[in-house]
Design a protein around this ligand. Structure first.
Ligand code: ZN
Length: 299
């Protein structure tokens, strides 16, 4: 089994005889590349991985052109953690660590309970289509894990029974998504419910090592060979940051003439570092004065 063909992929699947759809994702290189600039203590890597896998699943399940962001804020050791995925299969993330909290020193590489990592937190789900209006939903992070919170949110917002299961260790992340579709093939309510419960139950039996190490067609066969599961060609996922010198310049220009002048007087330069990928963008005094002139001309 050549591993580089199995990782960093998302597969969609459908069941031919029932109104159910699903997705299976595994991230390895993209997760590691997204985690590396963050220099996270080991204990936070599995959660970071779950966020990446969840973002990839949600971006794909919504079938739209654009970007989705999952962002959690809490009083826990991670005051902020976010993962972003877009319809092109690009993922990136960011996490802020509160160095004062004792968990930072932990040697554990297991996923800790959500309450320990993001205690009292809220999760925001932002859907930002390339064309159209940005939409944001917010859920309390009071589930046992991230998957449960997402499940709750999407079951309500999409009004369709939805299931998520996420897996991660310090190197890999993965996840399964299942959703009951509106009645088309099966009209009988009891039969629909039975199909849903069966598919869901089988997904819930997946072990972390299966989800993270098996290629998707093998895992889907193992889970669903009796259910006429049809697997579509996968989409490749990769770590990609969308920052650029131009975007940083635009951010500086939003300060306005007065503040920009103050910045020139006080510091004479600006260094901006991208929180997602760690790239540094330097602007010297001449460049900053150029921005100021440009702003002046806009009046
Ligand atoms: Zn960047």
């Amino acid at each position: 089994m050549s591993s580089d063909q199995q990782i960093d992929l998302i597969h969609r699947f459908l069941f031919d005889d029932s109104d159910l759809r699903g997705e299976l994702v595994t991230l390895e290189q993209s997760f590691q590349q997204a985690a590396s600039p963050q220099n996270l203590p080991k204990v936070f890597l599995p959660l970071y991985g779950e966020f990446m896998a969840a973002a990839a699943l949600v971006a794909d399940m919504l079938k739209f052109e654009g970007t989705i962001t999952l962002q959690a804020r809490s009083n826990g050791p991670l005051p902020l953690i976010m993962a972003e995925a877009n319809s092109k299969g690009h993922v990136r993330g960011f996490a802020q660590v509160d160095e004062q909290q004792s968990l930072v020193q932990s040697d554990s590489n297991e996923l800790l309970p959500l309450a320990a990592l993001l205690g009292g937190g809220v999760l925001s789900i932002t859907i930002d289509p390339d064309k159209g209006k940005r939409y944001q939903g917010i859920v309390p992070l009071d589930g046992a894990d991230l998957a449960e919170c997402l499940q709750h949110y999407f079951s309500q917002s999409e009004q369709l029974p939805t299931y998520f299961k996420l897996f991660a260790n310090e190197n890999k992340a993965g996840g399964i998504f299942l959703q009951c579709l509106p009645a088309q093939l099966v009209k009988d309510e009891e039969q629909r419910e039975e199909n849903w419960q069966t598919a869901r139950h089988l997904a819930s039996t997946t072990k972390a090592e299966e989800a993270l190490d098996l290629d998707h067609p093998t895992l889907l066969y193992r889970l669903y060979h009796e259910l006429q599961c049809r697997v579509f060609p996968p989409k490749q996922l990769s770590f990609r940051c969308h920052c650029s010198k131009e975007r940083s310049a635009n951010a500086i220009k939003t300060l306005g003439e007065v503040e920009l002048q103050a910045l020139i007087d006080e510091q004479g330069k600006v260094d901006m570092s991208c929180q997602f990928c760690g790239s540094n963008y330097h602007f010297d005094k001449t460049q900053l004065e150029g921005f100021k002139k440009e702003l002046g001309k806009r009046h």
